[in-house]
Ligand binder design. Structure first.
Ligand SMILES: NC(=O)c1ccc[n+]([C@@H]2O[C@H](COP(=O)([O-])OP(=O)(O)OC[C@H]3O[C@@H](n4cnc5c(N)ncnc54)[C@H](O)[C@@H]3O)[C@@H](O)[C@H]2O)c1
Length: 247
């Protein structure tokens, strides 16, 4: 089975790519530049798995078409697609620029749309597919993230519609909505706020029912379940993986 993970060079995407490879899938790691995918691809190969790195900006239609074609040619028909690539451009609304808004919409929403449209053609033909989109607890609203919250809530509507349209073809679509996860994305947020990352993690852990921050492996584990054949009756769902009901 072949899986595609976007934004797989680091963080949640890298952990997911490694996990799906450990589950026995050949993984295409897509990220902005191919060289950036090397660490993840090498880790998979060292563990005995199979992977390729593909450079593509998921918000660029031509790049997406070329990337998916390459995956099909080199690995075969994709059975799993994880739309994980993401960026943040946090700002309070009155300071948020047009570009802050457009960049976040482009990568999360347009990116997931372009990737899914390109990949579903192959899944429909194969009458099988598992699509997992990365939402966030920010979809419920988060100060300084009007753009990101709108995109992550948008991905939930996108997911539910995919479930309805693609279900008849043996394809499921679900969203995973992580709470606070320790990655370079949240490290950058701490730095921007002038807070020590360890202290930032401790503060978030304190307000989380399970009293710890989340790690990329927590998200990869849930994605692994949704990507499995046995999860074929679970579709159109949003699973919050946040150490509590609301993160
Ligand atoms: N870290 C968290 O706390 C958290 C919480 C909820 C949701 N998420 C979501 O999970 C996903 C992964 O987050 P992360 O923390 O691992 O982030 P990260 O910043 O560590 O990694 C994101 C990856 O996406 C890649 N990327 C960015 N724009 C791209 C584009 N246009 N085309 C291709 N690749 C692109 C980056 O190069 C990077 O490798 C994102 O969608 C994020 O919004 C993260």
């Amino acid at each position: 089975m072949v899986a595609i993970v976007t934004g797989g060079a680091r963080g949640i995407g890298a952990a997911t790519a490694r996990r799906l490879a450990a589950d026995g899938m050949a993984v295409a790691v897509i990220d902005l530049d191919e060289a950036g995918c090397r660490t993840t691809v090498d880790a998979i190969k060292e563990a005995g798995g199979s992977a390729i790195g593909v450079g593509a900006d998921v918000s660029d239609a031509d790049a997406v078409a070329a990337a998916v074609e390459r995956v099909v040619a080199e690995l075969g028909t994709p059975a799993v697609l994880v739309n994980n690539a993401g960026v943040i451009r946090d700002n309070l609304l009155f300071k948020m620029t047009d570009s802050d808004w457009d960049t976040v919409m482009s990568v999360h929403l347009r990116g997931a749309f372009l990737m899914t449209r390109a990949v579903q053609a192959h899944m429909v033909e194969a009458k099988y597919g598992r699509i997992v989109n990365l939402s966030s607890t920010s979809a419920l609203g988060n100060r300084g993230q009007a753009n990101y919250a709108a995109a992550k809530a948008g991905l939930q509507g996108f997911t539910k519609t995919l479930a309805i349209e693609l279900g008849p073809f043996g394809i499921t679509a679900n969203a995973v909505a992580p709470g606070f996860i320790v990655t370079e994305m949240t490290q950058a947020t701490a730095e921007r706020m002038g807070v020590d990352f360890e202290a930032f993690q401790a503060a978030r852990a304190k307000e989380t029912p399970v009293r710890r921050p989340g790690y990329p492996a927590d998200i990869a584990h849930t994605i692994s379940f949704l990507a499995s054949e046995g999860a074929g009756f679970v579709t159109g769902q949003v699973i919050y993986v946040a150490g509590g009901p609301r993160g």
